[in-house]
Design a protein around this ligand. Structure first.
Ligand SMILES: [Ca+2]
Length: 56
């Protein structure tokens, strides 16, 4: 399940997960965005995912 990450999708996190978008550290358009994933929504982050904005 934890393959290399490209674009976030519903297939990569469980339906009980809570995803926090780390806007506080996001440099803006074109910069990588950090997602913090709480797989079981217990308040502890299990995964931190970096997603590169390669879009238009
Ligand atoms: Ca958790």
């Amino acid at each position: 399940m934890n393959e290399a990450w490209g674009t976030p999708s519903r297939n990569t996190v469980s339906n009980t997960a809570t995803i926090h978008l780390d806007y506080g550290t996001w440099a803006g358009q074109g910069a990588p965005m950090t997602f913090e994933v709480d797989d079981d929504s217990d308040g502890t982050i299990e995964q931190t995912l970096m997603v590169t904005d390669d879009g238009d």
